[in-house]
Every structure is written in structure tokens, then in C-alpha cells.
Ligand binder design. Structure first.
Ligand code: ADP
Length: 158
């Protein structure tokens, strides 16, 4: 059995920044599980089943054969263990992300002895789900910031 990475997030919506992290992780690990969780601090959200479908389509379009998408509730670490993941995956945009992620990673390491692998956002570091939603809610185009299937979903909800 190879290395399994678990990439958790709200993915509300899944952006080109998230996709880039999935692609990088898919090259490094034998299998990558994208887990659509729910963040209690983020209230309004796009239907997770619809987001899963859009991410599934994106995975097919990008020919990412070792990536799987799931929806989960509860602690990320519990789900990651249930999925027999070896490592957690997160993306880093800047120092603020790093400080936030480090707290979570440290707890996961202590609690469950599972490490976290960070991938760099690089030139997509300006992108966030909340910025996409801000544009979307103000009737601006979002097609260039999200994968095609996600844009199709968002545009169908207008
Ligand atoms: P959460 O609510 O769990 O922070 P997000 O969906 O906002 O979920 O983000 C999931 C992960 O993806 C986080 O590790 C976040 O730092 C990372 N991420 C978000 N946007 C980008 C981006 N543009 N480039 C790289 N990583 C990103």
C-alpha cells in the first residue's frame, strides 16, 4: 500500500488555488483524498453534494486518476484515520496561513501522530474562496478563478 494524503477544506467554493494543491499532491502521493468538511466559522455554504459533483468533474477533466472526493463531518483527523491516510495536506499562501495551519498541525501531530505536508500556493496565493464569493455575490465574473465545472455550478445558482 502506498502513501495516502488527506486534503481537507471547506472548498466553498473549490478554487484554482485548491486545484493546484491537489495536482501537486497527486504527483507526490499514491492517493489523494479531497475531504469537503464544514467549518463552523463559515456560515453560508454552497450545497456540499453539488460542490462534490463539480470537484469530481474537475478531477476527470484534469485526468487526476489517483484523486477521490468525499464529504465528511466531525474532526478532520478522525476522518483521515478512518480513510487510512498517512498524512494531511494543506496549502500555504502566506505567513498568516502558516501560523493558522501550524496550530492545527501541531494538535493533529500530538493527538494522532499524523503529520501535515504543506504545499506552496505560489502565484495563486492571492486566491481565496471568500474573495471568489465576494465577487460572485456582487455579480462579478468568477470564471477565471475556479475550475470550469465549479464556475458552471455557481453560475447556475445565480
Ligand atoms: P478551511 O476552511 O479548512 O481553511 P479552505 O477551503 O479555505 O478550508 O482551504 C483549504 C486549504 O487550502 C487550506 O490549507 C488553505 O490554506 C488552502 N488554500 C486555500 N486557498 C489556496 C490557494 N489559493 N492556494 C493554495 N492553497 C490554498
Amino acid at each position: 500500500m502506498g502513501m495516502v494524503g488527506f486534503y481537507a477544506g471547506s472548498f466553498n467554493p473549490f478554487t484554482n488555488g485548491h486545484l493546484q494543491i491537489v495536482k501537486k499532491a497527486a504527483k507526490c502521493f499514491d492517493k489523494v483524498i479531497v475531504g469537503i468538511g464544514h467549518n463552523v466559522e463559515k456560515k453560508e455554504r454552497i450545497d456540499r453534494n453539488k460542490m462534490k459533483q463539480a470537484i469530481d468533474k474537475t478531477i476527470v477533466e484534469e485526468n487526476l486518476k489517483n484523486v477521490e472526493v468525499i464529504i465528511y463531518d466531525g474532526l478532520t483527523i478522525d476522518k483521515a484515520r478512518e480513510c487510512k491516510a498517512d498524512i494531511l495536506i494543506r496549502g500555504l499562501r502566506n505567513g498568516t496561513d502558516y501560523e493558522y495551519e501550524e496550530n492545527i498541525s501541531a494538535i493533529n501531530e500530538k493527538m494522532a501522530n499524523m503529520d501535515t505536508c504543506y504545499f506552496r500556493a505560489g502565484d495563486l496565493g492571492y486566491l481565496s474562496s471568500s474573495i471568489v464569493m465576494e465577487l460572485y455575490n456582487n455579480n462579478k465574473g468568477i470564471n477565471r478563478y475556479v475550475p470550469r465545472a465549479v464556475a458552471e455550478l455557481l453560475n447556475s445558482l445565480r
